[in-house]
Design a protein around this ligand. Structure first.
Ligand code: NAP
Length: 245
């Protein structure tokens, strides 16, 4: 099976390309650094020729409200049009748990726009919504740091290892289209404060970690919206083991 991984040079994409190749699939990474740009359309049609499956794990270079919405809208529109032309039979995309429950977040509004383009495209699809990656905890800490103190929102948090996201995407990309969304979370549900404090401690980072009702996640009040509301798959990698690795 020929599978194109758009964003195949990123954190998730690179590992996914490797996993799919190990399973014997002809797998092509596509991104600006391989000459494929979903914003300009450069190289897209050529790369998709003969592909049965396209996995979209791109990310926007900017997380600002306007640019991120423009990125996911334009990139997804370009990809879906090229897939229709090439007769691709399965579009798989990586989204985020809770996207539709946090309309105050510009980034998540952009992910909702991406999902709506996919579900309305007529192309058989599968959307995997993952929680935040363990690998993203450092960036969360940095975004919430002021004068050496990290202040995080209250509420449940259930991050997942990138390795589990990759394994799930590899399984979904080689299976039949689901025609809906699947949630994936980590095996443990605790507070964001807990996960970030332990991450920083393991790195001997001296920042203090605290929490408060007014604290925001990238500018957004999260309540409990970042954890699955219903049925979800759970990753296998425990946070403690990931920290030790
Ligand atoms: N971070 C989290 O905790 C989290 C949780 C759930 C879901 N997600 C989702 O996971 C996805 C992947 O995240 P990631 O951390 O793996 O991303 P990443 O490491 O930042 O990689 C982004 C990829 O997108 C490619 N890209 C950027 N602009 C492009 C363009 N114009 N055309 C084609 N490709 C382009 C990059 O290519 P180059 O290397 O060539 O620049 C790179 O391969 C995102 O959609 C994100 O919303 C993230």
């Amino acid at each position: 099976m020929r599978i194109v991984v758009v964003g195949g040079t990123g954190l998730i994409g690179k590992a996914l390309v490797q996993a799919l190749r190990e399973h014997g699939h002809e797998t092509v990474p596509a991104s600006p650094s391989t000459g494929v740009d979903t914003l300009t359309g450069a190289g897209v049609a050529e790369t998709l020729a003969g592909a049965q499956v396209v996995v979209d794990v791109t990310n926007s270079p900017s997380f600002e409200d306007g640019p991120v919405l423009d990125f996911f809208t334009r990139s997804t529109t370009t990809l879906l049009a090229a897939e229709r032309e090439a007769g691709v039979g399965h579009h798989v995309a990586l989204s985020i748990v809770g996207t539709d429950r946090l309309p105050d977040s510009g980034y998540l509004r952009a992910k909702v726009a991406q999902e709506e383009l996919i579900t309305g495209s007529g192309i058989p699809f599968t959307i995997l919504r993952a929680t935040q990656f363990f690998e993203f905890l450092g960036a969360i800490a940095d975004s919430a740091t002021e004068s050496g103190t990290v202040t995080l929102p209250e509420g449940a948090f259930q991050p997942v290892a990138a390795a589990d996201v990759v394994a799930t995407l590899a399984e979904l990309a080689t299976g039949a289209p689901v025609g809906g969304t699947i949630d994936l979370a980590g095996p443990d549900r605790r507070t964001m404060e807990d996960f970030v404090r332990e991450t920083l401690a393991a790195r001997e980072d001296p920042r203090t970690v605290t929490t408060g009702p007014a604290a925001r996640y990238f500018g957004t009040a999260i309540d409990h919206a970042l954890v699955p509301a219903g049925e979800a798959r759970l990753g296998a990698v425990r946070f403690e083991d990931w920290l030790k690795g």
